[in-house]
Design a protein around this ligand. Structure first.
Ligand code: NAD
Ligand code: UDX
Length: 479
C-alpha cells in the first residue's frame, strides 16, 4: 500500500511524538519508525527496560512499547542519521508561548521548529515529505518551506534533495492518547501536493476509515487546530462561569450541564466544571489565536478569545479565595491536604495545571500543604511551585507556624489526614472517589472542610460524618 514509504523519522519524543509514533509503528509493522530527540535523558528513559520509567504515563502505552520497541520502533539521539534515512519526517517539537521580544506572552516561540527545519535541510537525502505535527500558527508551513529551500541553496543547492510540506495536526488528549490515536474522530491533512497527501493518508488508512481522513488546504489545517482547542477551552470557561453563578443562586452546575447537554446542538461532552483548564495546549493556543487576530487588526476577535483565558485565571483564584474564606479567613500554619497535582487524571503532566496556581495562592497565605498525586514526581512539584519540598514536614504532628508557606509530598493519603484542616480535590484521579471519609473525619482537626473542585464526591458519602463539603458549582451547599 505504501511502497514508497519505508522509513519515518519523528523529531521530538514528547507527549505527542512518543505516543503517536508508537501507534503508527504498531499499526504499520512494515514501516521503520525512528523517534529522535535532542534531550538524551528523555531518549534513555524511552529505552529503559523498566517500563515504569518511560518518560510519560499514558494508559495502554506500555503494551505498545513492549510489542514494537526494537522491532520497528526505535528511540535515538542520532538525529543526523535518522533524518538522512527518512522518507517522511514529522516535526513534533514544543511550540511554547514566547517569553520575550515581539509577541511575548502570546505568539508561539518557533525557534525549535526552525531548528528542525534547518536540521532536515542539512541532513535529509532525496525526496522527503516534511509533516508539521506540532501545533503551529497559520503560515508556518510557508516559513518551513522557505527554510528548506534557502538552507538547501546555501548548502550548495543539492539538486538531489526535494521537499513537500504537509500539515497534520494532532488532536489527542493526554490521559487517553492511545485510545484517541487508535480511534480518532478525524485525521486532518493540509497540503497542496496530492501525491504527498496520498502517501501520508495511506499510513493512516491502515487503521482509520477513509471517511475520517479530512484533507484541506494547508492554512485551513493549521487554523483548524488552533480553533478546535479554542472552542474546547471556551466550553470549559463557559461552564466554569456558570458554576460561579450556580453557587450564588442555589442551582447545581451538574444539573445545568445535564439539562443543556441533552440539546444535540450543544452536546454533553466537555461540560464538567472543574478548577479551570490546564495542560500545555489550551492557553498557549488561544493566546496564539489572540496574537494572530491582533496582527491582522481584528481586535474584537482577539478580545473575544482572550476573555476565555481571563475567565480561567479568575476562576482558579476564585477557588483559592473561597478556601481561605471557608477556613475562617486565615490559613496561616493550617494543614491542607491537596489531592491531585496533574492537570487532569491519567497523566503525569503538570503543565499549566490549575493545582499550580491554587497551591501557590495557598502557600502565599501561609498554608502548610501536603500534596498527593499518584503519578507526578515531587521534583516536578518543586519546579512548578518554585519552592523546594520541606521533608521535615513529614514529621508534622500539629499546627506549627514556623513551617508556614511550605509543602511536602504524600504517599499514604490515609495517614495524611491527621490534623488536617482541609482536603482539596484538584485532579479527578479515580482513587479519590474511594476515600474513606469516615476515617478521614476522625483524623482531621475540626471544623474540617472538604473542597471538591472536580465534583467526584457525592453528598451522601460525607453525610454521616462531621465534615463540611464544598463542591464546585453546587449552590445547594452554600453555608
Ligand atoms: P514536549 O515538550 O513534550 O516534547 C517536545 C520534544 O521536542 C522535547 O523532548 C524536546 O527536547 C524536543 N525537541 C525540541 N527541539 C528539538 C530539536 N531541534 N531536535 C530534536 N528534539 C527537539 O511537547 P509535546 O507536548 O509533545 O508537544 C509537541 C507539539 O504538539 C506542540 O506544538 C504542542 O502544541 C502540540 N500538541 C500537544 C498535545 C499534547 O497533548 N501535549 C496535543 C496536540 C498537539
Ligand atoms: C487538549 C485537547 O482536548 C486535545 O484535542 C488537543 O490535542 C490537546 O489539548 P489535553 O489538554 O490533553 O487535550 O486535555 P483535555 O482533556 O482537553 O483537558 C484540558 C483541561 O480541561 C484539563 O485541565 C481538564 O481537566 C479540563 N476539563 C476538560 C474540564 O475542566 N472539564 C471538562 O469537561 C473537560
Amino acid at each position: 500500500m505504501y511502497k514508497l514509504l519505508k522509513n519515518i523519522c519523528c523529531i521530538g519524543a514528547g507527549y505527542v511524538g512518543g505516543p503517536t509514533m508508537s501507534v503508527i509503528a504498531d499499526k504499520c509493522p512494515n514501516i521503520i519508525v525512528n523517534v529522535v530527540d535532542s534531550n538524551k535523558k528523555r531518549i534513555d528513559l524511552w529505552n529503559s527496560t523498566d517500563l515504569n520509567k518511560l518518560p510519560i504515563f499514558e494508559p495502554g502505552l506500555e503494551q505498545i512499547i513492549k510489542r514494537c520497541r526494537g522491532r520497528n520502533l526505535h528511540f535515538s539521539s542520532n538525529i543526523r542519521e535518522c533524518i538522512a534515512k527518512a522518507d517522511m519526517i514529522f516535526i513534533s517539537v514544543n511550540t511554547p508561548t514566547k517569553k520575550k521580544g515581539i509577541g511575548a506572552g502570546k505568539a508561539s516561540d518557533l525557534k525549535w521548529v526552525e531548528a528542525c527545519a534547518r536540521q532536515v535541510a542539512e541532513f535529509s537525502s532525496g525526496y522527503t515529505i516534511v509533516v508539521e505535527k506540532s501545533t503551529l500558527p497559520v503560515k508556518t508551513a510557508e516559513a518551513i518551506k522557505s527554510i528548506l529551500e534557502t538552507a538547501q541553496l546555501s548548502l550548495g543547492g543539492d539538486s538531489k534533495k526535494s521537499f513537500d510540506v504537509l500539515s497534520n495536526p494532532e488532536f489527542l488528549s493526554e490521559g487517553s492518547a492511545i485510545e484517541d490515536l487508535e480511534n480518532p474522530d478525524r485525521v486532518l491533512i493540509g497540503g497542496d501536493n496530492k501525491k504527498a497527501i496520498k502517501i501520508l493518508s495511506n499510513i493512516y488508512r491502515n487503521w482509520v476509515p477513509e471517511k475520517n481522513i479530512i484533507c484541506t488546504n494547508i492554512w485551513s489545517s493549521e487554523l483548524a487546530k488552533l480553533t478546535a482547542n479554542a472552542f474546547l477551552a471556551q466550553r470549559i470557561s463557559s461552564i466554569n462561569a456558570i458554576s460561579a453563578l450556580c453557587e450564588s443562586t442555589g442551582a447545581d452546575v451538574r444539573e445545568v450541564a445535564r439539562a443543556i447537554g441533552t440539546d444535540s446542538r450543544i452536546g454533553s461532552k466537555f461540560l464538567d466544571s472543574g478548577p479551570g483548564f490546564g495542560g500545555s495546549c489550551f492557553k498557549k493556543d488561544i493566546l496564539n489565536l489572540v496574537y494572530l487576530s491582533n496582527y491582522f487588526g481584528l481586535n474584537e476577535v482577539a478580545n473575544f478569545w482572550e476573555g476565555v483565558v481571563h475567565l480561567n485565571n479568575w476562576h482558579q483564584h476564585r477557588i483559592s479565595e473561597l478556601i481561605i474564606k471557608k477556613l475562617l479567613g486565615t490559613i496561616t500554619g493550617k494543614k491542607i491536604l491537596i489531592l491531585g497535582f496533574a492537570f487532569k487524571a491519567n497523566t503525569n503532566d503538570t503543565r499549566e495545571s490549575a493545582a499550580i496556581s491554587i497551591c501557590r495562592d495557598l502557600l502565599e497565605e501561609g498554608a502548610i500543604l501536603f500534596i498527593h498525586d499518584p503519578k507526578v514526581d515531587p521534583n516536578q512539584i518543586s519546579e512548578d511551585l518554585k519552592i523546594k519540598e520541606n521533608i521535615e514536614l513529614k514529621k508534622y504532628k500539629e499546627i506549627n507556624y514556623s513551617e508556614e508557606g511550605s509543602w511536602c509530598s504524600v504517599i499514604n493519603i490515609k495517614s495524611s489526614f491527621k490534623n488536617a484542616d482541609a482536603a482539596v480535590v484538584l485532579t479527578e484521579w479515580e482513587e479519590y472517589s474511594r476515600i474513606d471519609w469516615g476515617d478521614a473525619a476522625i483524623k482531621m482537626r475540626h471544623p474540617a472542610w472538604v473542597f471538591d473542585a472536580r465534583s467526584i464526591i457525592e453528598k451522601d458519602q460525607l453525610k454521616s460524618f462531621d465534615l463540611n463539603l464544598w463542591r464546585i458549582g453546587d449552590g445547594s451547599m452554600v453555608k
